[in-house]
Design a protein around this ligand. Structure first.
Ligand code: GLN
Length: 484
């Protein structure tokens, strides 16, 4: 069995049929990581020893016929999700040696199934960025072309799945960080509805926007992970009390008559032609499958990036004030309390994180609050309203995931404004608390993957998975050199 070519369901079956043991499966992945990750740099920490122990425990469950969908399945976890006793760095010097004394709720849930942790994946520092090049260590490369960025901020998780260094992974998404790297690396990533998955133990970036979600090889695999981690959690007051259904229940149901809306503004001048063409061709495929395409408009899209950076910056500025060198994290030097805090933060944070803190505090300061932050909140209401108007006449929305394919390292990520504008296709989804899934829909002339996004109604992840799966049945993934 080539482990890089099978689905999670097939891995489950191979484990249950004793074709492979949990230990052998984990070893195969660790072996692959040892050979390929020097080049991809998708992991910050590889947990070989823990994986061995977890695999043994999983094997007992399998042998006792007590296996659940993820028992013995190896997974990679983004390094901003707290893992008890395992270093969790946020790819920041600030947390380089931080070992959490507790597990995030999603980790508790995965442990409950007996999953096997392969390691912690790289990301933009504190999840701020779209290239994984702001990481203080492990600046991940794109498996389709290691001269290019993997996207971000969950670039490590997306690249690990894309290169076959994990069968699936968890990422987090504040303004596109699951979807955009999934698009750049040619894999499938699902950002759940805000509140669907507990944020307890996710190191906070912007609390009203952050959401943990799966990155995998297919919509169905994403559904298996979401089934495992979703649900109300008493540790997170913003987690929703909405019942958790089987997110894969609608797979295979016909999409005949489904109304798919295409908001014009997403197909404007800021989106590359090759991307527009691929997404438009995918829309035609949906039409062939019986869906009805609906032309629509989202006129506030032009303000969305500004609103997102004000809201997320403001929340980041307050969330990151906890890193003062006292309770945890890097401890600087100084003769006074203030000097020590200043030194800790100056040395602990990278340039992009500092920029966000400055932007956020500026937007919240008394003279500017009304001019910036309050306006951003008004825009949030407008964006929500426009989505509601579209959903009055459609079931799902189809857009590009990013305006371009993955760009070359050094080309764009050094220009902050350019970077921010590249988030245009993803940020409104977080602002409106909606679920969305990105899946590959083509490749450009250089063989770089192109992604499209399906955006759903709140808590309607099942329809997104059904719709994405319907497309994936007829779509052939082009493998990269790491899994050819
Ligand atoms: N690229 C966006 C940003 O830099 C999104 C990041 C994210 O979703 N964590 O803020």
């Amino acid at each position: 069995m080539d482990i890089t070519k099978v689905s999670l369901k097939e891995l489950r079956k191979a484990l249950d049929d004793k074709e492979i043991s949990a230990a052998e499966l984990a070893e195969e992945y660790i072996g692959r990581i040892k050979t390929a990750d020097a080049e991809v740099e998708s992991y910050i920490t590889v947990t070989e020893e823990q994986a061995k122990i977890a695999a043994e425990q999983a094997q007992k469950l399998i042998d006792d016929n007590k296996a659940q969908p993820l028992t013995g399945i190896p997974l990679a976890i983004k390094d901003n999700i707290c893992t008890d006793g395992i270093r969790t760095t946020c790819a920041s010097k600030m947390l380089e040696n931080f070992v959490p004394p507790y597990n995030a709720t999603v980790i508790e849930k995965l442990n409950g199934q007996g999953y096997v942790l392969l390691g912690k994946t790289s990301m933009d520092e504190f999840a701020m960025g779209g290239s994984t090049q702001t990481a203080a260590f492990s600046k991940t490369k794109n498996p389709y072309d290691t001269g290019r960025v993997p996207g971000g901020s969950s670039g490590g998780s997306a690249a690990a799945v894309s290169a076959g260094l994990a069968p699936a992974a968890l990422g987090s998404d504040t303004g596109g960080s699951i979807r955009q790297p999934s698009s750049f690396c040619g894999v499938t990533g699902l950002k759940p509805t805000y509140g669907r998955v507990s944020r307890y133990g996710l190191i906070a970036f912007a609390s009203s926007l952050d959401q943990i979600g799966p990155i995998a090889n297919s919509a169905e695999d994403c559904g298996i992970l979401l089934n495992a981690v979703a649900g109300r959690d008493e540790h997170d007051a913003t987690s929703a009390g909405v019942p958790v259904e089987d997110f894969n229940a609608k797979i295979g149901q016909s999409i005949k008559g489904m109304k798919i809306a295409l908001p014009r503004e997403f197909f404007g001048d800021s989106t590359d032609d090759e991307v527009k063409q691929a997404v438009t061709a995918a829309a035609k495929e949906y039409e062939k499958l019986g869906a009805e395409l609906v032309d629509c408009s989202m006129s506030s899209l032009k303000y969305a990036v500004a609103a997102y950076y004000l809201i997320s910056g403001a929340e980041a500025a307050s969330n990151l004030s906890r890193f003062d060198g006292i309770k945890y994290g890097l401890r600087g030097e100084g003769r006074s309390f203030d000097e020590m805090i200043r030194d800790s933060r100056s040395r602990g944070f990278g340039a992009e994180v500092k920029r966000r803190i400055l932007l956020g505090n500026y937007a919240l300061s008394s003279g500017y609050y009304d001019a910036y932050y309050r306006k951003a909140l008004a825009l949030k209401q407008q964006i929500i309203k426009e989505y509601n108007d579209i959903y009055a006449q459609a079931d799902v929305i189809l857009t590009p995931t990013a305006p371009t394919v993955a760009y070359r390292i050094g080309e764009q990520e050094t220009d902050p404004v350019k970077m921010y504008l590249a988030d245009i296709c993803t940020v409104t989804v977080n602002i409106a608390s909606l679920p969305a899934i990105s899946l590959p829909c083509g490749y450009n002339a250089d063989g770089m993957p192109i992604g499209m996004s399906l955006v759903g109604k709140r808590f309607d992840e099942a329809t997104l998975i059904q719709t994405a799966d319907a497309y994936q049945r007829n779509f052939t993934v082009m493998p990269n050199k790491f899994r050819a």
